[in-house]
Design a protein around this ligand. Structure first.
Ligand SMILES: C[S@@+](CC[C@H](N)C(=O)[O-])C[C@H]1O[C@@H](n2cnc3c(N)ncnc32)[C@H](O)[C@@H]1O
Length: 234
């Protein structure tokens, strides 16, 4: 399935813990932001890197959804001693009676990107209408006073760098309209490619992002917290 992280699952943690995200920092910001909120939904929980750090700070009740069973396998091992609920499902199909006090994402199903002087919602879901439906559903899955917190990434650029264990990571980006194609390539020092993954994102530009959040029912103004999270309230 498109945008399901399968091929690169074995290399994912290496990349993410080689400076891609600082999960200690992000979880601390969330800890301050969430206050007494404990019931959290992580959309696109991946291998559970954020969840692990959040649980080291407070007894959150976390539900993590991801449609990649390969990513969840790693999350299960990482979070074995916790009572995190991991659900293997496409977020567009995830329904629950449960209400959450916070919905979080670090590069998950949807994320925020600061690009060309504005904040944009980037999504692994490539259909704009489905994204609008997802945002409305997320709004409905929040308790009154609940919040949606999307980690902010920098612009998507082409680059190559060495990560851990003498592995090289290269990302290649192609932009067309509101679509961004991204190739993740992992290789050895001699250039031999170990794994590749292709992802396609749809993004809402700055104006569309504000409008999509309002249309979904969120409060008029989103907030930027420490430059790292775009936060909007029910
Ligand atoms: C870049 S990874 C981020 C993982 C994790 N949040 C982290 O910080 O490491 C994106 C994750 O979103 C998942 N994903 C993408 N689209 C999804 C969808 N429609 N439903 C559920 N999971 C999805 C992928 O399988 C992948 O694990």
């Amino acid at each position: 399935m498109i945008n399901e992280y399968v091929e690169i699952a074995n290399y994912y943690d290496n990349l993410l813990t080689s400076g891609y995200y600082n999960f200690d920092y992000l979880s601390n910001i969330l800890y301050n932001l969430l206050g007494a909120r404990r019931k959290v939904l992580d959309i696109g929980v991946g291998t559970g890197l954020l969840t692990e750090k959040m649980l080291s700070l407070a007894n959150y009740k976390i539900v993590g959804v991801d449609f990649s069973s390969r990513m969840l396998e790693t999350a299960k091992k990482r979070l074995a001693i916790s009572d995190v609920k991991l659900i293997c499902q496409d977020m567009t199909e995830f329904e629950t009676e449960e209400k959450f006090e916070a919905i979080v994402s670090t590069g998950g199903v949807i994320a925020a990107v600061e690009e060309e002087g504005e904040y944009r919602i980037y999504s692994h879901i490539t259909d704009p209408e489905k994204n609008k439906q997802l945002l409305a559903k997320l709004h409905s899955q929040l308790d009154d006073g609940g919040l949606l917190a999307l980690a902010i990434q920098g612009p998507h650029n082409n680059y190559k760098k060495e990560i851990k264990d003498e592995i090289f990571y290269e990302q290649k980006i192609k932009k067309e309209g509101n679509y961004v194609d991204k190739w993740y390539v992992f290789s050895q020092a001699n250039g031999e490619v170990l794994r590749e993954q292709f992802c396609r994102f749809y993004f809402f530009d700055g104006r569309q992002t504000t409008q999509a959040l309002i249309d979904a029912g969120f409060q008029q103004e989103y907030q930027i917290i420490d430059g790292k999270f775009l936060v909007t309230y029910k």
